[in-house]
Write a protein that binds this ligand. Structure first.
Ligand code: ZN
Length: 345
């Protein structure tokens, strides 16, 4: 049921994703602030389960013929989960669905490659491709190349390049080249061996999982998954959070609210975000309400002649004080909305 507005959004959003937004993943350090800790598997409903590594959440459906899993969340977690699944359910993982290409969600798919098909939206493939060999070191890291050999060795690396050195060093030669740094920390992300464009239905053991593309500014290869056949679970990564303020500045943009409404309009009862706590359809509605109330409050502040700083101080969104990341994200949410409304976006 691809509606017109949905098709229109697809067209617009694929175009609006620029190279600058590549690899715009949230820093895991942010997620270490949340109270969600450890590895854990929980039953949600029917044969659908969630599995957690700290703040990160994946989901899977068990059938008589095997398991359909969303989100590998890294090699360590995938190795642990694979063992747990084999012990508990005694069937192999047959499909791993990538929600998008970002390293913190997509790393570790290879762990399942002996039994599973890796499924991703077609836009994932160019994100994983190595840029041309003559791609120079990006401007913002050039100063780290102390010996001027055109590569950044571990001893030279700073910041992200240091902490994620292995994830950047795709050819494992101990030096980060221009192409490797430009591509991002994707060394442990295995390309999908099965891609789709708009939607795909996987059937296993008589049960279905719908794999649906909804490109977002966060990821143009963004995939959501609806587990059907009596389970009524929807999984969406990163952008629709449960009792947690959405990240960044663009949260109340028209397109962003419209996209979130598309998800709300789908048929499901339980909602799993790739982060934080597990929710229900009402949590998606609350997420939309937050965005709309934010937009209206900022519009009011602008109409009252407030500056950006004044709006950040006055738009408190009190009703959402109990949500996660209220302190950290409210000012950014207000600022982005202020800028969007004053530039008529
Ligand atoms: Zn992401």
């Amino acid at each position: 049921m691809m509606t017109r507005p949905f098709a229109a959004l697809l067209a617009v959003c694929v175009l609006c994703v620029t190279v600058a937004e590549r690899g715009r993943a949230q820093a895991p350090a942010l997620y270490q602030q949340t109270p969600h800790k450890g590895r854990e598997i929980g039953k949600l409903t029917g044969d659908v389960y969630w599995a957690r590594m700290d703040d990160y959440v994946s989901a899977f459906m068990v059938t008589s013929e095997g398991i359909i899993l969303v989100e590998p969340i890294g090699t360590d977690f995938a190795t642990w989960l694979k063992g747990e699944l084999a012990t508990r359910f005694k069937v192999p993982v047959k499909y791993v669905i990538y929600s998008h290409h970002h390293w913190d969600h997509a790393s570790g798919g290879a762990v399942y490659a002996d039994t599973a098909k890796l499924v991703g939206q077609a836009n994932m493939v160019p994100h994983l491709a190595m840029p041309p060999a003559n791609t120079p070191l990006p401007q913002n890291v050039r100063a780290q190349d102390a010996n001027g050999n055109g590569q950044i060795e571990l001893a030279e690396a700073q910041g992200n390049l240091k902490t994620q050195f292995e994830l950047y060093d795709a050819d494992r030669n101990g030096g980060l080249s221009g192409p490797e740094i430009t591509r991002g920390p994707l060394a442990y992300v295995t390309a999908p061996d099965s891609t789709y464009t708009d939607r795909l239905t996987l059937t296993l053991g008589g049960k279905r999982a719908e794999v649906i593309s909804i490109p977002t500014p966060h990821a143009d290869d963004n995939t959501i998954v609806r587990f059907v056949d009596g389970t009524n679970v929807l999984f969406a990564s990163d952008w629709i959070t449960v009792r947690r303020l959405p990240f960044g500045g663009d949260v109340a943009l028209k397109d962003e609210i419209a996209r979130t409404r598309l998800v709300e309009a789908m048929d499901f009862e339980h909602f799993i975000c790739s982060h934080g706590i597990v929710g229900k359809k009402a949590d998606v509605a609350s997420n939309i309400r937050y965005r709309e109330e934010l937009r209206d409050a900022v519009a009011k502040a602008i109409a009252a002649g407030q500056t950006l700083e004044q709006a950040q101080a006055s738009v408190l969104m009190d009703a959402y004080k109990g949500w996660e990341f209220y302190e950290q994200q409210r000012p950014a949410n207000v600022a982005g909305t202020y800028r969007a409304l004053t530039s008529n976006k």
